[in-house]
Design a protein around this ligand. Structure first.
Ligand SMILES: NC(=O)c1ccc[n+]([C@@H]2O[C@H](COP(=O)([O-])OP(=O)(O)OC[C@H]3O[C@@H](n4cnc5c(N)ncnc54)[C@H](O)[C@@H]3O)[C@@H](O)[C@H]2O)c1
Length: 331
């Protein structure tokens, strides 16, 4: 049995508490939040104890922590968790700064603790099957990966202002997916973007509509399309073109019911947003974490996967700001 503590009882902390309840050999012992009322609320629905974060980090009855606090708090919590020899599951992004992520890698490796990065989309059953069949060679060598990722509507401007920008906050998931599918590291990044959805996002120094093109050393390409708006719901699609064919994964709709009349065909909207679309993926990622830690194996995606996705986000941001192709070298 793996005994877990959750740090941060907001949107994602609540998802992880629910997931832990569905994962075999996992017990949620305690939860903590900077706002005691948030910890108390999650404690009452999950059956865990509400404790201070420091008490979870140093607790003798907790083996692993799930870090679901705001990104700018991850660094200190990772250092403390490693020092206390806890296995760590940390939400994306690990940190906004690659040098600080490297410092986290040093701390985690020096302590010899397990670490998993929260790139939940790898565990979406459709995307996972697509990647498995790709690796099994069903379409031969990968040539072009296309990732379409659009939110139903933008977050509040206050969120945008502290998000680190679209590439680090939103497209980071797609950078990880690109690496997962390409099977080879991207070495060049091009990016364009604009504020087409809300001028206030532009005034805050960010974009709400962006595209990036990643290229690997052998010339494989990944094109990513992001928007903070999609009128028909959360748009999450992938297509991989290879030497022998195509693999693609479509959106999940709210239902499979379709209306057909003389006016044409009408289907349901896509599942509303990430909490609905990736509900299963959140459970499966924690099952991977718990299973790997109990078996003494390294969980995937790793802390190095977190570093590489962040480096691609930084490169895309630079490519947009300086209107140029950016080389990525993490060796
Ligand atoms: N993988 C995903 O799909 C996904 C989705 C949403 C958010 N996230 C990531 O999860 C993290 C949290 O996002 P959220 O949307 O849940 O935020 P949120 O604001 O809803 O929740 C964060 C909670 O952490 C608490 N908190 C702040 N500092 C703390 C500290 N030092 N110790 C304990 N608690 C503290 C806050 O009071 C708040 O309740 C971010 O890094 C975000 O990027 C990932």
């Amino acid at each position: 049995m793996l005994r877990l503590g959750i740090l941060g009882c907001g949107r994602i902390g609540q998802v992880h508490a629910q997931s832990i309840g569905q994962v075999p050999n996992a017990e949620l012992v305690a939860v903590a939040d900077a706002m005691p009322a948030a910890a108390d609320a999650l404690a009452s629905t999950s059956g865990a104890e509400a404790r201070a974060a420091e008490d979870i980090l140093s607790a003798g009855d907790i083996d692993a922590v799930v870090i679901g606090t705001p990104t700018d708090t991850h660094f200190d919590l990772i250092q403390a968790a490693a020092a206390n020899r806890k296995a760590i599951f940390c939400e994306k992004p690990i940190d906004m700064d690659v040098a600080r992520i490297r410092a986290c890698i040093d701390a985690v490796e020096a302590a010899g603790v397990a670490f998993m990065s929260g790139f939940n989309r790898r565990f979406d059953p459709n995307f996972a099957e697509l990647q498995r069949r790709l690796r099994e060679g069903e379409i031969g060598e990968v040539e072009i990966v296309t990732i379409l990722s659009r939110d139903p509507s933008p977050p509040p401007i206050s969120y945008i202002e502290s998000s680190g920008g679209l590439f680090r906050d939103m497209m980071i998931h797609d950078f990880d997916m690109a690496r997962f599918l390409l099977g080879e590291e991207p070495v060049r990044v091009q990016a364009v973007g604009a504020a087409l959805v809300d001028p206030a996002i532009g005034a805050a120094g960010d974009v709400d509509t962006a595209a990036a093109i990643l290229t690997t050393a052998s010339g494989r390409i990944c094109q990513i399309s992001n928007s903070r708006r999609a009128t028909y719901g959360y748009d999450q699609r992938i297509e991989v073109h290879g030497a022998k064919g195509l693999l693609k994964a479509e959106n999940q709709l709210e239902s499979t019911v379709e209306l057909a009349t003389e006016a044409g065909f009408r289907r349901a909207p896509t599942q509303h947003f990430f909490l609905e679309r990736y509900a299963q993926a959140y459970v499966l990622e924690l099952a991977e974490f718990v299973g790997a830690v109990l078996d003494g194996k390294a969980p995937t995606p790793s802390i190095h996967d977190g570093l590489r996705a962040q480096a691609l986000a930084d490169a895309a941001d630079l490519a947009l700001r300086e209107a140029r192709l950016v080389e990525v070298d993490l060796t």
